[in-house]
Design a protein around this ligand. Structure first.
Ligand SMILES: [Zn+2]
Ligand SMILES: [Zn+2]
Length: 243
């Protein structure tokens, strides 16, 4: 299955898992037209759109997705904030939802507003875990084939930016209780079962407080698997198991 990255930053997050006959949208922080383009204008194959939380870089266009007939799965506060009454499914933590051949299960992660991660299963991509906008996640999963995992900032780069006056000191306090620092991302992977792991895609890198090449190298050295940093327009193959 193809992973199409439409956007992966505080400007807007949108991803599509595009299979042979069905697709799943992850997040609605990028325009529906971009998803349409990614799918060759075949929205019929979309089985749903799963949203993690209410911040606009993840949910700004959620109503457009619902209005286009796509089921939008999100926490009740997201559906309410976006005025979604039709095609909205209010998720409950730990429940599993079947969307065509996809099964998705939301789990709680810690952010500065209610937020979930998703365990996603499909025969074409196997087990995929999606985690973004969090400073702590208590859940671990076995047999995961691919992670889409936030790696938002580096303490070292942030401190240098604060010292140089490029970033306010208050930003540090906010990030500490909202986003994954690169060492957290690495620790999360190192404390997770990696026996079936094939690929890690680092997502939601901060514009000013991250270093793409350095993050990719650090994670690759820590886990010894292929690692990518998500950027808009990127297409990666996510497979169920090694052939
Ligand atoms: Zn975000
Ligand atoms: Zn957020």
């Amino acid at each position: 299955m193809e992973l199409v990255v439409i956007g992966s930053s505080s400007k807007g997050n949108g991803y599509v898992l595009n299979g042979t006959s069905e697709a799943l949208c992850i997040e609605a922080g990028t325009k529906l037209i971009e998803t349409k383009k990614a799918l060759g204008f075949d929205l019929q194959k979309v089985r749903g759109c799963i949203v993690t939380h209410s911040h606009n870089d993840h949910s700004r266009y959620a109503k457009d997705y619902a209005d286009a007939g796509i089921r939008v799965l999100a926490l009740p506060d997201v559906l309410e904030a976006k005025g979604i009454t039709r095609n909205g499914i209010a998720i409950k933590m730990g429940n599993a939802y079947r969307l065509g051949g996809f099964v998705v299960m939301p789990f709680a992660v810690q952010h500065d507003v209610p937020c979930v991660g998703y365990l996603i299963k499909h025969s074409e991509c196997g087990k995929v875990v999606f985690i973004t906008d969090t400073y702590a996640c208590d859940y671990r999963f076995s047999g995961v084939n691919s992670y889409l995992l936030e790696a938002n900032y580096s303490d070292e780069i942030l401190e240098a930016n604060i010292a140089a006056g490029r970033v306010s000191a208050g930003m540090r306090d906010r990030l500490l209780t909202s986003h994954f620092e690169i060492a957290n991302s690495i620790r999360y992977l190192l404390t997770s079962d990696r026996t079936a792991l094939q690929k890690v895609v680092l997502i939601h890198l901060s514009d000013g407080n991250s270093n793409e090449a350095q993050f990719v190298q650090q994670v690759r050295e820590a886990i010894g698997k292929p690692v990518y940093a998500a950027i808009g327009g990127m297409v990666l193959q996510l497979n169920a198991s090694v052939l």
